[in-house]
Design a protein around this ligand. Sequence first.
Ligand SMILES: Nc1nc(=O)c2c([nH]1)NC[C@@H]1CN(c3ccc(C(=O)N[C@@H](CCC(=O)O)C(=O)O)cc3)C=[N+]21
Length: 288
Amino acid sequence: MTAELIDGKKISQEIRKGLEKEVAELTAKGMKPGLAVILVGDNPASRTYVTSKQKSCRAIGMESVLIEYPADVSENELLNKIRELNADDSIHGILVQLPIPPHISETKVIETISPEKDVDGFHPINIGKMMTGQDTFLPCTPFGVMEMLKYIGITSEGKHAVIIGRSNIVGKPMGQLLLNENATVTYCHSKTRDLKSFTKQADILVAAVGRAKMVKAEHIKQGAVVIDVGMNKDENGKLCGDVDFEDVKDKASYVTPVPGGVGPMTITMLLYNTVKSAQNRLNNRNDK
Ligand SMILES: Nc1nc(=O)c2c([nH]1)NC[C@@H]1CN(c3ccc(C(=O)N[C@@H](CCC(=O)O)C(=O)O)cc3)C=[N+]21
């Protein structure tokens, strides 16, 4: 069997087309969706991602503001900027590009962003809502993965989903969203013994560890759906995922490529959340 590709670019395009219409409608009602991105320091990879987020916003008619600080900006200055953006009616989404320098508390930054503008879905209030199945902003990467599964018609109910990785922004919420869709979920991580014994049981395997090409054919079950969240550099400095694509492609039923898989979906769901935030704001205004 040769696996089918899950084309994140194509799925993204379709979703973004729908969003573009919503943006036009919101703009006509005086509620043009606006995203503020804060970049601290000059990590080249972060800059690339941020530029790509801005371009994607503008391509569908949204407003996008970039706020840059040198790496030695004080925590207070950053938090005050976030408070200012919380109060700014033209801004519906606030994203502080991670990682941030170690002298600034990531927890404080995330908790200072108003939950209504937390389009990353990282605020504890929004995480709590996600856990209890309430409507909220879902973290963009796992949300994008769920949309990819939906697009190819893969249901999660009763399936065994195995996640490799337990980060707060990808692994943990990924498992929660799959659980919300009635999958049986197993989390694996760096302390897991006999990783393969778990991954081989997966109907849906999500790799989110950050180790280049670590998932091989021997890790997966015949016909598994393999989702690659990794963004690594291979030995030649080329972008590659956590999955050894060439190795698994004849054993999996579906596999996501890197690039062109989960990455573009992450940005698409960020746009989605920002549009949703502007819509929420409009609804609140009309309720008053
Ligand atoms: N507050 C915050 N929110 C984030 O969502 C966030 C963050 N911080 N920090 C960094 C990570 C990383 N991330 C990516 C998004 C899209 C691609 C993406 O579009 N990748 C392209 C390739 C890009 C390339 O060629 O380098 C692809 O997979 O096809 C990658 C990585 C969002 N992140």
